[in-house]
Design a protein around this ligand. Sequence first.
Ligand code: SDX
Length: 376
Amino acid sequence: MAPEIMKGLKDVYLDTTESSFIDGQEGKLLYRGYNIHDLAEKSTFEEVIYLLLYGNLPSKEQLAEFDVHLKANRRIPDEVIQVLELVKNSHPMDALRTGISAMSAFDPEVTDNSVDATIRKGIRLTAMGPTIVAAHHRLRQGLEPVAPNPDLNHAGNFLYMLFGEVPDQETTNLLDVDFILHAEHGANASAFGARVAASTISDLHSAVVTGVGVLKGPAHGGAAEEVMKMALEIGQPENAEEYCRNILDNGGRIMGFGHRVYKAEDPRARHLRDRSRALGEKLGEPRWFQILNYVEEEVMVRYRSRGIFVNVDFFAGSIYYLLDIPDDLFISIFALGRIPGWTLQCAEQYDDNILIRPLLEYSGEMDLEYVPIEQR
Ligand code: SDX
């Protein structure tokens, strides 16, 4: 009897986890038991990294100590800068993937796959990730990389290294919330890829490189860039209906909508929707939010009955665009936020490991006779 094929591993549970709870019907997300709405509005990315990797919210003293540790690990070796110079014309995600690979040559614990070493390495990669992305962005413009600034938090320092000037607090806060919202999300495709690498007892650097490679696809992390491209092509809210219809009537997808798990609104979306609207109004550029709002409220509203709602990527791109962040960096920002989540998923895999190796049902020819080439 032919086995049941679970294509795309849809609805397949591969393990238990204490990382995050996702209720796709309700549109609910918890990180280590804490609601994403509380974390987005009341926490910081540094506190969320601590929560994810250590499993509890830090005291003031613990967070202060952790913050010193994160800042102390932002610098990358000159050799890695040289590698980034060699690949300066690559896509920022390829540069991040290459930079993390190169970092494996400089991490003293690279082959230690204990949970504790994994957490320590994940913290270092989380701290260095922004430095890799920003250094590459400076080098590809023919500029010198900007050294990390210990006076700035994780988000503010990333913007500082990217643009060479200290960002205002509101801009820093926008990116801080964005990192929080992208930090962890269960067995998403990139975390699954990282878990597969960890399940063979490969190292965290290899697993995070795998995660970066998987996240790059537009069906996963690449959507925010595609959403902003769509908004630019639509140009004005009144064009949105026809533009989207052309895509949908030809079986296409509207980027930033739909989700394998959420069949209600992605709870992360509201925190970016509100900020996209506010930023557009503050900068006198309401048009982009108006276009996205029209797509969501007038066009895609009809898809809600089919469980297709906006996801975390729909409004993120408009915020990055309004902050003058180049569109090919949008997905790198997602990756930088997700390094703690990938680390946690790998730590859980190492802690109670089994090789992840599903099956494929063979549907080809059977037992063919081998005919020598002279007779073919
Ligand atoms: C992320 O998994 C995670 O947790 C990911 C993530 C995370 O934090 O890690 O949440 C981040 O990746 C968010 C998703 C970003 N991607 C996009 O926005 C790309 C556009 N979305 C689609 O490609 C799609 O919704 C997926 C890939 C996200 C999910 O696809 P599924 O679960 O495989 O669902 P499906 O492709 O089988 O679609 C089911 C139906 C289809 O219609 P029918 O063929 O049954 O008639 O819904 C339709 C699809 O055509 N559909 C859409 C749609 N998404 C699904 N129709 C129009 N526009 C869309 N965006």
